[in-house]
Design a protein around this ligand. Structure first.
Ligand code: DIR
Ligand code: MN
Ligand code: MN
Ligand code: MN
Length: 305
């Protein structure tokens, strides 16, 4: 399948400038070349323009730049669906509010194919606030709530298809706000905090989830937030949280995802090149992407699970 790179310079989902340079940082770090060297056909669609701004009424005045986020969501839903019919979209962010659109697009696409969409959320945060519960008002903390159909998203595009919470798996959690935690407790979302990873290793929860995707013949969207990674190896993100995934844990996740053959779309989000150390985080993110697309050290029998 052809890989379609879709840049979205969205940074309205949070308050630190710089995320908008993410797509070009991935390009400068060599994303296209690295994927072509793995034998993939790559088409870089460039950076998307947001839809025209509409007047929207935020549910409260804490909500930050909602009209822009809505405009990006509309554009991403359109572009994502288009790319998904022709190949495999890779969404380059931009902050994590990008996923309001990218995952909505993939859910619509999966719905048209008559297949369920599964979502793997690799993040320190659960991003399960609604605009009503968010105390930061930052919409990058809300995509999982939107996509699973929680209330509070008046003014956002109507979802063509919701994601079943039981088909969402979060790995890497270590910063969950009180309201999110309560809402997660009464949802069917699979949550794995860093303690789980410490106790069982990262392979077990991932394999269990992939097994389900395969059994149900699902499509799998992977949303990779830079802050899934430990800040020591990935400093270029506005919301660093100590105690994240190590270099090898992160690559192992990507390697297992590759071997599964189940991934149908990917977000690379929250990279802020202004906060990077000589491109270190951008490079790590594209190396992880390479692992997801089959880079390996030695040949080995392809045993999916
Ligand atoms: C926090 C931070 N939970 C908020 N969220 C995020 O603002 O609601 N960073 N997402 O990735
Ligand atoms: Mn996030
Ligand atoms: Mn995060
Ligand atoms: Mn909160």
């Amino acid at each position: 399948k052809t890989l379609f790179l879709i840049g979205a310079t969205v940074e309205s989902g949070q308050r630190i400038a710089g995320c908008g340079m993410g797509p070009d940082a991935y390009r400068a770090a060599g994303l296209t070349t690295i994927l072509r060297d793995l034998g993939r056909e790559v088409r870089d669609l460039g950076n998307l323009a947001p839809a025209p701004l509409r007047e929207v009424v935020p549910v409260n005045d804490r909500v930050h730049r909602m009209a822009e986020c809505v405009a990006w969501t509309e554009a991403l839903i359109e572009a994502g669906q288009q790319a998904a019919t022709q190949g495999m979209p890779i969404f380059l962010g931009g902050d994590h509010s990008l996923a309001l659109g990218s995952v909505a697009a993939m859910a619509a696409h999966a719905g048209r194919e008559g297949r369920p969409l599964f979502v793997l959320w690799l993040d320190a945060h659960s991003d399960y606030h609604t605009p009503v519960t968010s105390d930061s008002g930052n919409l990058h903390g809300t995509p999982v709530a939107y996509l699973t159909g929680r209330d509070g998203f008046d003014g956002f595009p109507e979802l063509a298809a919701k994601v079943d919470p039981a088909r969402v798996c979060m790995i890497g959690l270590r910063s969950v706000d009180t309201e999110e935690r309560a809402a997660l407790r009464s949802s069917d979302i699979l949550t794995h905090d860093m303690r789980d990873i410490d106790e069982t290793g990262i392979v077990r929860p991932l394999r269990e989830f992939l097994e389900r995707v395969r059994q149900e013949n699902g499509l799998l969207h992977v949303s990779l937030d830079v802050d899934f990674l430990d800040p020591a190896i990935a400093p270029a993100v506005g919301t660093t949280v100590p105690g994240g995934a190590t270099f090898r844990e992160a690559h192992l996740v990507m390697e297992l995802l590759h071997d599964s053959g189940l991934v149908s779309s990917l977000d690379l989000v929250e990279l802020n090149p202004m906060l990077d150390e000589r491109g270190k985080t951008a490079r790590l993110m594209i190396d992880l992407t390479a692992s997801l697309f089959g880079r390996r050290v030695i040949d080995r029998p392809n045993r999916p699970f």
